[in-house]
Design a protein around this ligand. Structure first.
Ligand code: EPU
Length: 441
């Protein structure tokens, strides 16, 4: 049964939260374990839905996944990997986008892969054409079948020279996971180089892979026939950290985010400072707080790393509704990531979305009917309302808007937030938020 959150707004969030391993690394490191010929150990694993989905998919393929009851560390043993029943795999259709990354490791482990139709947040078309093209370039045969896609490689995967049309995070990971045990050398140009990708490369290097990253977005992988296991502590979730940082600003609060890492968040921290947010950067985390004065509007473009991440945009926009003046945000990674502004407007925010590229560089979405630039005028008094959560980051933004608003909000669809925010209701309670959870009728 789904839950409803009734939030009574106006309470500054204050206290401490702990952020653990990154949602955008942990499930992929779990998939990488399939490439080894011995068990791997993954530490700093958060309790989120994507981890459950990948655990279940790996178990269906004969991988033993054991969770330490005290630490939550996972031991993944791939030595008995096997073909899974299509019906069992199909039960996961729509749950997550991670299954597409099982292709390369499954082909290396058992010679074939069946991938259910994919889920993930509804923030644009989110096609998988780059992934399938990459696999074909490694020599894989891709067939559409009822309920999913079947992929095989009768002659094994062979290293290839690949160029991505856009630095896609997932397609870069697809190349890494396929190339490390492919025959020969792979050269990927136009790669994404997000910290989560560098951490995945660290995992693969621990397993015995040979991978070098050049400064021009080229990654070179020398295939090796076998890989061992790894013992790795996942990097911290910089998107969750940035979300709590925005929550502190929006609610005029003060939150110490244990686990927030300066190195991976530098672009966010610069922007946070420009808006007027306060921060104290420590060794084990960062304190984010509202300094009491006015917030400053700004002009912002999302981009691939080292640019301002698309996932940071939605929670920060809620803070920009409170800044004195006009802010502009140009979203260049996803064509449809402003749907969440509709609820903010109903709460009293002054936001217009435009088709034009309102940024210094025209992006792929200009002139194509996508509402991908937002103009936000502040400050606006937000008032509580009924909200149905649309996607992970948009949903978190709605929560913090409701926490800052005058009056009561009724938020449904909050289970989506569990996909990427570990125990978020417990964390909110610990920060002093005033809310109840009930079951939906
Ligand atoms: N794209 C294609 N074809 C493809 C793959 C991607 O056109 O085959 C396009 C996408 O539609 C998008 C752009 O390329 O416009 C970038 O997509 P990318 O492949 O980089 O995204 P992803 O790997 O699907 C990951 C994160 C996202 C994060 C993006 C960008 C995971 C599980 N997801 O998605 O995280 O926004 O990279 O950094 O790692 C989130 O955490 O809420 C989230 C959506």
């Amino acid at each position: 049964m789904s839950s409803v959150l009734t939030i009574r707004g106006g309470v500054p969030l204050t206290g401490r939260v702990t952020v653990r391993g990154a949602k955008n690394l942990v499930p992929k490191a779990m998939v990488a374990a399939l490439l080894g010929n011995e068990p791997s150990v993954l530490r700093n694993v958060p309790e989120i839905k994507d981890v459950e989905v990948v655990t279940s998919l790996l178990q269906l393929h004969g991988v033993t996944v054991e969770k330490d009851p005290h630490t939550g560390d996972l031991t993944l043993d791939p030595t008995n990997a096997k073909t899974a029943s299509h019906t069992a795999i199909d039960a996961h259709a729509g749950d997550s986008r991670i299954p597409i990354l099982l292709c390369g490791p499954l082909i290396h482990a058992i010679g074939e892969a069946f991938i259910p139709d994919l889920g993930g947040c509804k923030i644009g078309d989110r096609p998988i054409d780059y992934h399938l093209n990459v696999l074909r370039q490694f020599g894989a045969v891709v067939e559409k079948r009822p309920g999913g896609i079947h992929i095989s490689a009768p002659g094994g995967l062979k290293g290839a020279k690949i160029s991505l049309p856009y630095p896609s995070v997932g397609a870069t990971e697809q190349v890494l996971l396929s190339a490390t045990r492919a025959e020969g050398i792979t050269e990927l140009s136009g790669a994404a180089t997000e910290p989560e990708i560098v951490d995945l490369i660290a995992v693969l290097q621990k397993m015995g892979a040979i991978i070098s990253v050049q400064t021009d977005r080229t990654i070179r992988i020398e295939g090796v026939p076998d890989l061992g296991g790894y013992n790795h502590r996942a990097l911290s979730d910089r998107n969750e950290s940035a979300s709590w940082a925005s929550a502190a600003l929006v609610t005029r609060g003060d939150i110490f985010v244990e686990g927030a890492t300066q190195r991976d968040m530098m672009t966010f921290l610069n922007t946070y400072r420009k808006v007027g947010g306060g921060m104290d950067i420590g060794d084990d985390g960062i304190r984010f707080y509202h300094k009491g004065g006015k917030l400053t509007p700004l002009v912002l473009e999302t981009d691939v790393h080292p640019g301002f991440m698309t996932d940071w945009q939605q929670p920060l926009i809620v803070a920009l509704t409170q800044a004195e003046g006009v802010s502009i945000v140009h979203e260049t990674v996803y064509e449809n990531r402003f749907g969440f502004t509709e609820a903010l407007i109903r709460m009293g925010a002054n936001i217009q979305v435009h088709r034009e590229c309102l940024g210094s560089v025209p992006c792929r979405f200009g002139q194509r009917n996508f509402l991908h630039s937002a103009v936000i005028s502040g400050p606006a008094q937000l008032t509580g309302t009924d909200i149905d959560v649309p996607d992970l980051r948009g949903g978190f933004s709605h929560l913090i808007a409701a926490l800052a608003a005058n009056g009561t909000s009724r938020v449904t669809g909050i289970d989506i937030i569990n996909r990427g925010y570990e125990r978020f209701t417990e964390k909110l309670a610990g920060l002093g938020a005033d809310f109840d959870i009930t079951s939906a009728e």
